[in-house]
Design a protein around this ligand. Structure first.
Ligand code: KG4
Ligand code: ZN
Length: 371
């Protein structure tokens, strides 16, 4: 069974083909440089860029694998949550293709897709704890399935939200503090690299201390806005020491002032520590968890990976963080659950809608018994 996945929820236009659970090929156009000028994603520009690239990317992918729309069995698309105008480009394109080729269409939950994508690289067992940390989301999920394994005909997963951010997402906290420090958008990767140098070269006692916000409660939610405020106050008070000289080259971390590396190490540690403490609590409350899946752009964070892997290994469970290209927004993560759902007999009709950020995604599938 061949599934074409389409992703347009934010600032990446992506398409991928998954055949029988294996990735065949994928194409992606990032809009990072368009939005970098504004220090964040501009929704109107994002939709226009998706519209501009969609047809070209589709032709490129299909020509590369030598397929046409009629070879595809199911068209899967990220239906939300995301920027509504951007989602509509992908959803309309998927519906058009499915209608023209008289094949199935499936709207996929973008957040669930981030976590399920782990199954493309290795089979995993349920119940799983899904830790989704990206530029737009910070969610903890308890993931269960009708069967123990992900790759099975009895695919009927449930995702229960255990906790989520009440304000900024983890990646947003990195990006906003990066902006205050004058780092290019998105700042997470660079801040992580500067932090690694800070950890290596600075005396731990000399690092600034930032608060671990929103831990003094018994829930599994997060709040990062206070941490951002604390970082902002620190930067104001130490601006000169933190300033990377004008024409710096972000690929050359060695030229950064040590005070900046120390600040990044302390901030990174505060975000990671806060995330890990709540994950620890979730693992304690859900002692039957067999797999911890870490996904989303922030999953690239070296310290976070190390700490979460340790937490689940200590409990005898497995740690999975998909490769970087599967963690950030991509279409393979849409095509794979699309294929899983289609194989289990799910489909949408053409009336399913795109869902904006903050709204619940309905379970409005149809079950079909034959293709
Ligand atoms: O998943 P993603 O591509 O976009 C959304 O769906 O939002 O994640 C991008 C986010 C950005 O906020 C970026 O700064 C952050 O992931 N990020 C990192 C790292 N690499 C990317 N944050 C911390 N450490 C990293 N190594
Ligand atoms: Zn995403």
């Amino acid at each position: 069974m061949l599934c074409l996945g389409i992703e347009t929820s934010c600032d990446e236009t992506a398409l991928a083909l998954v055949r029988d659970g294996r990735l065949e090929d994928a194409v992606l156009a990032t809009q990072e440089s368009v939005h970098a000028l504004f220090g964040g994603v501009v929704p109107e520009l994002a939709s226009r860029e998706h519209y501009r690239f969609m047809g070209v990317l589709y032709d490129t992918l299909m020509q590369r694998v030598g397929a046409t729309a009629s070879d595809v069995d199911v068209f899967a698309v990220s239906r939300g949550p995301g920027l509504l105008g951007s989602l509509l480009v992908g959803v309309a394109f998927a519906k058009g293709l499915a209608f023209a080729a008289q094949k199935r269409v499936l709207g996929v939950d973008h957040l669930q897709a981030h976590l399920l994508a782990a199954g493309l690289e290795q089979p995993f067992t349920f119940p799983a704890l899904g830790v989704l940390v990206s530029g737009g989301h910070t969610h903890l999920y308890r993931m269960e399935n009708a069967a123990d394994d992900v790759d099975t005909d009895a695919f009927m997963p449930t995702f229960r939200v255990l906790g989520r951010t009440l304000d900024d997402a983890a990646g947003e906290a990195f990006d906003k503090v990066g902006k205050i420090l004058g780092l290019p958008y998105p700042a997470g990767r660079l801040l992580d690299a500067l932090a690694a140098r800070g950890r290596k070269e600075c005396d731990t006692a000399s690092l600034p201390h930032f608060p671990r916000p929103y831990l003094d409660n018994d829930n599994l939610d997060f709040s990062f806005s206070g941490l951002k405020t604390a970082a902002s106050a620190y930067v104001k008070a130490h601006k000169e020491a933190l300033l990377w000289q004008n024409d710096y080259d972000v690929r050359n971390i060695d030229t950064a002032p040590l005070a900046l590396c120390a600040m990044c190490a302390a901030f990174n540690e505060a975000v990671v520590d806060t995330l890990c403490k709540k994950v620890e609590r979730a693992l304690h409350a859900h002692a039957d968890i067999k797999t911890l899946i870490l996904s989303g752009g922030v999953a690239a964070n070296s310290l976070l990976r190390e700490r979460l892997a340790q937490s689940i290994h200590e409990r005898g469970g497995h740690f999975i963080a998909p490769s970087a290209s599967l963690c950030t927004d991509n279409a393979a993560m849409v095509a794979y659950p699309g294929w899983l759902y289609a194989r289990a007999g799910y489909a949408h009709d053409l009336s399913f809608s795109a869902i904006a950020r903050g709204q619940r995604i309905p379970d409005d599938w149809r079950r079909i018994t034959h293709n």
